[in-house]
Design a protein around this ligand. Structure first.
Ligand SMILES: Nc1ncnc2c1ncn2[C@@H]1O[C@H](COP(=O)(O)OP(=O)(O)OP(=O)(O)O)[C@@H](O)[C@H]1O
Length: 405
């Protein structure tokens, strides 16, 4: 069959045109008509050249557009990270934040959330921090050497105090700024890393005159240090309960210290309330301090109070009641009973702790004192059972105040 078609006779040749027809065609056609079909000349179709070129151009434009969008999105995200607050520090090893929100507006003439998230989300694959360039705004990055120099080689003479996560040294930075430098102790399981991340992540985003500012940090090799504004009048605890504080803490400022007068106490109470208001109402989601107590209230040169120690802070939930379920952490005597018994944490847990600090300011008593007579061991229970009327509460408190501190 195939052979048949291959050798089939060619179609009959067309009959030759009459000479008259040719002449008539020549008159009608705008160009001379040949009686024979024109030889096939393969002229390149211009479309074949234009199409690939325009595809290439469109591709390039698209590429540039995608690149621009990526750059803009990344910048926008970084800006949000700077202003936002988000820490999920209970997930060890997780990049520090999603940074989805921002602190709102100004507060009491000075609270604002500023850009400066430097540490969050910039960890190498092994959790080692990538050293960042210094910034004029926000937390600075220090080398271990710089902080070693600032503290005279972490000299014992400069120890301000020891906390659960490390030792705090008095220091002077290269530009002369006094600082409190906290050297975190990382154990083999890198405990302390989470606290470091939370403090850097939160404090480099939240700025309020009622919080102790983070000047910078160091994540050099395995060293983890936090550099805070130096609070020359030490902790509220060292003023209210000087007999209880450690020998080291008593070095700041040099003793003896006078009794805090009522006006100063009231001012401290207001400053603390504003600090908590900032954390609870002016950041979104709210930040729950989780360990608000009088050793985390520091006093500046004017005895204005600032809240510190965000190592165990927790970002609250955006849901209706803002409740988060978490491990129970905090300091004995300051824990809200419902949080202690259920592990359900809300901003109200901080408010309870604030109430205990208020009672300390009023009475000069420590929250738990087993040396006292039965029924008076726990400050809150004692006040709630004894102080039946506001007048008797104030009377009893001022009596205690003059005798205790
Ligand atoms: N910014 C600061 N300025 C001056 N002194 C400070 C500063 N920060 C901390 N200190 C001193 O260092 C001590 C230890 O502080 P740190 O925050 O490590 O522990 P803490 O809050 O006392 O205890 P913990 O961390 O166990 O709750 C404080 O009691 C205080 O005397």
């Amino acid at each position: 069959m195939a052979n048949e078609s291959a050798f089939s006779p060619s179609p009959p040749a067309p009959p030759p045109l009459a000479a008259a027809d040719v002449a008539a065609d020549a008159l009608l056609a705008p160009w001379p008509v040949s009686p024979w079909p024109a030889p096939h000349v393969s002229r390149p179709n211009p479309l074949f050249a234009i199409l690939p070129l325009s595809a290439l151009a469109i591709g390039l434009v698209l590429l540039v557009a995608v690149a621009v969008i990526l750059v803009l999105t990344r910048r926008g995200r970084l800006r949000m990270m700077g202003a936002g607050v988000s820490v999920d520090g209970d997930k060890p090893g997780a990049p520090a934040s999603s940074c989805a929100s921002s602190a709102r507006g100004s507060h009491n003439g000075g609270c604002y959330a500023a850009a400066g998230c430097i540490y969050g989300g910039r960890l190498g694959p092994l959790g080692l921090a990538v050293v960042q360039p210094r910034r004029s705004q926000g937390a600075q990055v220090f080398t271990y050497r710089e902080l070693e120099r600032a503290t005279d080689g972490f000299s014992e003479v400069n120890v301000l105090g020891r906390g659960a996560y490390g030792v705090v040294f008095r220091g002077r930075l290269g530009d002369g700024t006094p600082a409190a430098i906290k050297r975190l102790q990382l154990d083999l399981r890198r405990q302390g890393e989470r606290e470091f991340r939370v403090e850097v992540d939160l404090l480099s985003r939240m700025h309020s005159p009622h919080l102790v500012g983070l000047l910078g940090y160091c994540a050099d090799q395995s060293h983890r240090l936090l550099v805070f504004e130096f609070m020359p009048n030490g902790t509220l605890k060292s003023h209210l309960h000087p007999a209880v504080v450690t020998e080291e803490a008593a070095r700041t400022p040099p003793p003896p210290r006078g009794v805090l007068d009522w006006q100063t106490r009231l001012c401290i109470a207001l400053d603390c309330a504003r600090a908590l208001e900032f954390l609870h109402e002016h950041t979104s989601p709210a930040v729950i301090h989780r360990d608000f107590n009088c050793s985390n209230v520091l006093l500046d040169h004017n005895y204005r109070a600032r809240v510190s120690d965000f190592a165990t802070a927790k970002v609250g939930s955006n849901k209706a009641n803002g409740q988060v379920r978490t491990r129970v952490l905090g300091t004995t005597g300051y824990l809200a009973p419902e949080y202690a018994s259920t592990g359900k944490l809300t901003t109200k847990s901080d408010v309870y702790s604030y109430g205990v600090v208020l009672l300390e300011l009023l009475t000069g008593r420590v929250p738990v004192d087993t040396q006292r007579p039965p029924g008076q061991h726990v400050l809150v229970s004692w006040v709630s059972t004894t102080a039946t009327t506001p007048c008797s509460a104030v009377y009893r408190c001022s009596c205690d105040l003059s005798s205790d501190s």
